[in-house]
Design a protein around this ligand. Structure first.
Ligand code: UD1
Ligand code: CA
Length: 460
């Protein structure tokens, strides 16, 4: 099968410099959702028709299996499809999708292509299939005009329809499957003598019927599968549909969501048993939560693997990190790329960890920066500890071996190694390696001046 995705329209009503089909839904461009669905049908040719902002669209979705056809002027859906013709295999049917209709399910498209294929059996000419849906309010859409026996006669656009035709509530979703060999002739014969002065793909239906091809229809399981995005409002509505579906899938798999209406997935998530997710969390990229993980409210978690029984408290940010089992993070913790935490590690409020390994059972509970570091097991990192990893030009590593006690307000000036069992006194700057089982401190003097009078502010 060939698949052509029409994506040349400009999307005036988005009021945006970004081409319409690149606006993100669940973190991915609208067009990427359509391409993903198309791919799941294993097409032999996959063509995207671009026009407005075409180069940006091409750059955003370029892939070895995607070809592009350029429609220089937007002269209508029939004209758009004609631009793709040279790239199609005439011996295969062609499925036409819209780049701004992101949520159509593959099963629905399969139903449409199966219906058209079936109509073309037993000596009939190849079938032409139209995905239709019946709407409470069909305003704006092309209507399916049927004859006395229910057979499709033609599609009439809202702007060209008579008052009687406007009462028809079965509409053209725009998604069709057509035999490809006769398509060039049908498209070449299209006129633009209509209310919009456009070459309508919908007019091909009459040509197909005249040429003796059976025309059939199929319907989606859900109306939202056929909804398009023309405005920010419709984009927001479809985002909610997408997120509710994602939440429902997790609930069905046994995940507890404090509120499925306050859950956002911009990527994919896989969860073990008895996972709990509180409200307002955003999951991005690829996230894996093992059994019994609890995620507190307002967390942002991207590209992370979190081990069994780990608790992530409120307002924690995690990006490109792995966390072992039975760990405790947050509230207000931040794991940046390359943070690798072993089992039972605690990372508390206002602690930032970047490109660092933290060993089994180690704790950094308050106000610290642990970057470019290898921290052993059983280490206690006191409040206000900073790894000074950057000398203004290069980054260096800090190594803290097992069972080190790092007193509060310590600076570790990398590269530096602290041997196992070392105790670092509070307020120490460590800039030379420390051998194991040592107490390290800086000489300091506490000066106390009695009877000191603070300056006062002069009144004017
Ligand atoms: C089209 C259908 C209408 C259907 C509706 C469903 C026609 C004539 N009408 O109307 O029956 O009910 O979709 O939403 O087909 N596009 C191009 N190049 C163009 C024109 C459009 O690539 O020259 C693309 C758009 O980017 C969009 C799609 O085709 O992805 C549909 O275009 P749009 O202008 O929204 O079609 P409608 O007038 O809504
Ligand atoms: Ca439209």
């Amino acid at each position: 099968m060939n698949i052509v995705i029409l994506a040349a329209g400009m999307g005036k009503r988005m009021h945006s410099a970004l081409p319409k089909v690149l606006h993100p839904l669940a973190g991915q461009p609208l067009l990427s959702h359509v391409i993903d669905t198309a791919r799941s049908l294993s097409p032999t040719r996959l063509v995207v028709v671009i026009g407005h902002g075409g180069e940006a669209v091409r750059a955003a979705v370029a892939a070895p299996d995607v070809q592009f056809a350029v429609q220089e002027q937007q002269l209508g859906t029939g004209h758009a499809l004609a631009q793709a013709l040279p790239l199609l295999d005439v011996n295969q049917p062609t499925l036409v999708l819209y780049g701004d209709v992101p949520l159509t399910r593959a099963s629905t498209l399969k139903r449409l292509t199966d219906a058209a294929a079936k109509a073309g059996q037993n000596g009939h000419k190849a079938g032409y299939g139209i995905l239709t849906v019946t709407l409470d309010d069909p305003t704006g859409y092309g209507r399916i005009v049927r004859g006395a026996t229910g057979q499709v006669l033609r599609i009439v656009e809202q702007k060209d329809a008579s008052d009687d035709e406007r009462l028809i509530d079965e509409i053209n979703t725009g998604i069709v499957v057509t035999p490809t060999a006769p398509l060039a002739g049908w498209l070449a014969a299209l006129g633009n003598d209509n209310a919009q002065g456009e070459y309508y793909l919908t007019d091909v239906v009459e040509a197909a019927i005249a040429a003796g091809h059976p025309v059939v229809t199929a319907q989606p399981d859900a109306e939202w599968e056929t909804l398009g995005v023309n405005s920010k409002q419709q984009l927001a509505e479809l985002e909610r549909v997408y997120q509710r579906n994602a939440a429902d899938a997790l609930l069905a798999a046994g995940v507890t969501l404090a509120d499925p209406a306050r859950f956002d997935l911009r990527g994919s998530i896989s969860c073990g048993r008895d996972v709990f997710i509180d409200v307002n969390c955003v999951f991005e990229g690829l996230v894996t939560l093992a059994d019994n993980v609890r995620i507190g409210p307002n967390c942002v978690i991207r590209d992370a693997v979190i081990g069994a029984g780990t608790r992530v408290d409120a307002y924690t940010h995690i990006e490109s990190a792995t966390v072992g089992a039975q760990a405790v993070l947050g509230p207000y913790a931040r794991l940046r790329p390359g943070a690798q935490l072993a089992d039972e590690v605690h990372v508390g409020n206002f602690v930032e960890v970047k490109n660092a390994n933290i060993g089994h059972g180690s704790k950094a509970n308050h106000l610290s920066y642990v970057g470019d570091a290898d921290v052993g097991a059983g280490v206690n990192i006191g409040a206000g500890t900073i790894t000074c990893n950057y000398d203004g030009a290069n980054k260096h590593r800090t190594v803290i071996e097992d069972n080190v006690f790092v007193g509060s307000d310590t600076q570790l000036v990398a590269p530096v190694r602290v041997g196992r069992g070392v105790t670092i006194a509070a307020g120490t700057t460590v800039w030379k390696d420390v051998p194991e089982d040592t107490l390290v401190l800086n000489e300091k003097t506490q000066i106390a001046k009695t009877g000191y009078v603070r300056p006062v502010k002069h009144k004017r």
